[in-house]
Design a protein. Structure first.
Length: 202
């Protein structure tokens, strides 16, 4: 199989299932950090399923990370993640403490080589330390990760040890190392959905 076609319905159901898992574990989520662009739609759907009656919607912050192929001779070619957009603390920075002492879930569509997730967690943890120093505010900030798909393959980077704890790393499904075609990239959504149905991904 050259490509795995994923329908919107599957995306929706994987988010619903993840929210159920998060709720069943009694995990609270104060902030959703969506890695753009693949994390945006899953993050928004996840928020609906995490919503508690009578409570406010969980805020979503978008961050932009891009994985660039480094140029160089073949053996040295690697991949580097670059920040293109970071957390928006508001114009006066008055919301800088939005990360401190919070339960934050980082959302992306796929964990391929894990480079992006590793970078996101490392940078966000660094931000927390810097903000704590700047504001004098302290608290236990807990990060967790949700991806729709995790590719079964050797990873180029690892997440910190504590992500092995239950509920800290949630993958909707584990898949083989193939290219995943997501519905938001489809030119013809009907054809895409048919292809997903044929593969049983509906
Ligand atoms: P990483 O290798 O850092 O885990 O993944 C980097 C990024 O590459 C992902 O966030 C995603 O945007 C993109 N990517 C990796 N594998 C796939 C795939 O199979 N399908 C799509 N659509 N994007 C992918």
């Amino acid at each position: 199989m050259s490509k795995l076609y994923i329908s919107y319905n599957i995306v929706h159901k994987l988010c619903q299932q993840a929210a159920q898992e998060i709720k069943a574990l009694g995990q609270l989520v104060d902030l959703i950090v969506a890695i753009g662009g693949g994390g945006f739609i899953p993050a928004r759907i996840l928020r609906s399923f995490l919503k508690e009656e009578g409570k406010k919607n969980i805020p979503i912050q978008a961050i932009g990370l891009s994985l660039y192929e480094q140029m160089g001779d073949e053996e040295k070619i690697g991949k580097e993640v670059v920040r293109t957009q970071w957390l928006d603390f508001g114009s006066l920075g008055q919301h800088m403490d939005m990360l401190i002492g919070k339960n934050v879930i980082i959302v992306d569509e796929v964990d391929d080589t894990r480079t992006t997730l590793h970078y996101a967690v490392t940078e966000l943890e660094r931000d927390v330390r810097e903000i704590e120093e700047k504001t004098g505010k302290q608290g236990t900030t807990k990060f967790s990760v949700f991806v729709l798909h995790n590719k079964r393959k050797a990873k180029r980077a690892e997440l910190p040890e504590e992500f092995k704890e239950k509920g800290r790393y949630i993958a909707g499904t584990d898949v083989d190392d193939v290219w995943i075609a997501y519905p938001w990239d489809a030119i013809d959504i009907d054809e895409h959905t048919e292809a997903a149905k044929e593969q049983g991904n509906y």
